[in-house]
Ligand binder design. Structure first.
Ligand code: KG4
Ligand code: ZN
Length: 346
């Protein structure tokens, strides 16, 4: 990096995200968003889940145009970029390989430092992206419920680089529970947003599904999926068009069950830690039922709630860039020999 104290200068960070099925690139000036380009991969829709090899191929096709579009939309020149932040993990090995290879190549070609970002940390640090909206940012320490397709974690965040997992799922992630239940209903992947959509017209108390019994701050969602599966099997035997006739009510009830489980442990964590600042992050934090329930509960319990704008809930490179920015400030640079990590603790 050029001379002078880092904190006194503007830093342009290019973020690159390719851990799952979104190819994304973003440019930030410090924490200020200049662009955030996301190419979704429609190819997985009919398979009921992400097909890793197809994801890698789609990343390969999309990644250079997406990066160029992000730089173009940011109104900056390639030569002005000061650092490249990329997702090193966790995620799909082949998908991560594409992003990390491109990030390393650009780092050599442009002679700029590289920063390796943990995707789960980035989901949380998405709260610190500045995009001219009037929202408030959490201050430290705060609790974050990170709910995505692959993870469900309760994280105690002490500063930009100190994250402690105090609870997590022992089987399926919350997003996985949404997607698997959606699949049982014959909905396309990813089913979470579709359950959300149909749930808005349904009665959340129409059907009751078994509640998981897990001690402490951990979660479990595989039992819910099984209970939905047997429930649907029995009802469809009695009436073959049961799902079609009751789709809204089933979706609302499934969503209600997942939200209640998430809420219960989050409140327990707040009680046990005495922390009153609560944040959510990850794809499932886009869920309207979860957002509404949390808003109501936070008011009742006098908690301060932080919900990211929709654009930064699901996978995006702006969160990678903002996480990278804070690492640049700490001079936590990476090297070319770091291989992608399919599994990587927060
Ligand atoms: O964070 P994310 O984009 O990717 C991972 O890192 O996994 O999360 C994707 C997950 C999927 O399971 C998707 O169904 C879920 O987030 N999701 C939703 C909603 N939007 C995305 N689940 C429920 N309601 C939504 N509105
Ligand atoms: Zn994610």
């Amino acid at each position: 990096m050029k001379n002078g104290p880092i904190k006194d200068r503007d830093i342009l960070v290019l973020g690159i995200e390719s851990s799952c099925d979104e190819t994304s690139a973003s440019v930030l000036r410090n924490t200020q968003l200049l662009s955030n380009v996301i190419a979704n991969q429609k190819v997985h829709q009919s398979y009921g889940g992400v097909v890793p090899e197809l994801a890698s191929r789609a990343h390969l096709q999309n990644i250079i145009p997406v990066i160029m579009a992000a730089i173009d939309q940011a109104g900056v020149k390639k030569s002005e970029i000061n650092a490249i932040a990329y997702t090193r993990g966790p995620g799909l090995a082949g998908a991560l390989m594409v992003g990390s290879s491109v990030a390393k190549s650009l780092s050599i070609g442009w002679n700029v430092p590289l920063v390796e970002v943990n995707h789960m940390r980035a989901h949380i640090l998405a709260h610190f992206i500045d995009d001219n909206s009037a929202r408030k940012k959490p201050s430290f320490p705060f609790l974050c419920l990170t709910v995505s397709g692959g993870h469900t974690q309760l994280v105690l965040v002490n500063d930009f680089s100190t994250f402690t997992v105090i609870g997590q799922t022992i089987d399926d992630a919350a997003g996985e529970a949404f997607d698997k239940c959606a699949k049982l209903l014959g909905l396309e992947y990813p089913g979470g947003p579709l359950i959300d959509k149909y749930a808005q017209q349904g009665n959340p108390n129409a059907f009751v599904f078994g509640k998981p019994k897990v001690d402490g701050l951990n979660y479990s969602f595989s039992g819910l999926k099984t209970s939905v599966m047997y429930f649907l099997r029995d009802e469809v035997r009695k009436k073959s068009d049961f799902i079609k006739q009751n789709l809204e009510n089933i979706c609302a009830s499934v969503q209600h069950s997942i939200v209640q489980v998430l809420l219960e442990k989050l409140l327990l964590a707040a009680e046990q830690t005495g922390i009153k600042q609560i944040a959510i992050a990850g794809g499932v934090s886009a869920n309207s039922g979860l957002r509404k329930t949390l808003e109501e509960t936070a008011k009742q319990k006098n908690l301060k709630l932080f919900i990211p704008p929709f654009a930064y809930c699901t996978d995006n490179a702006a969160m990678i860039a903002v996480a990278g920015y804070y690492m640049v400030l700490e001079k936590q640079f990476s090297s070319l020999d770091k291989e992608p990590l399919a599994r990587w603790e927060i």
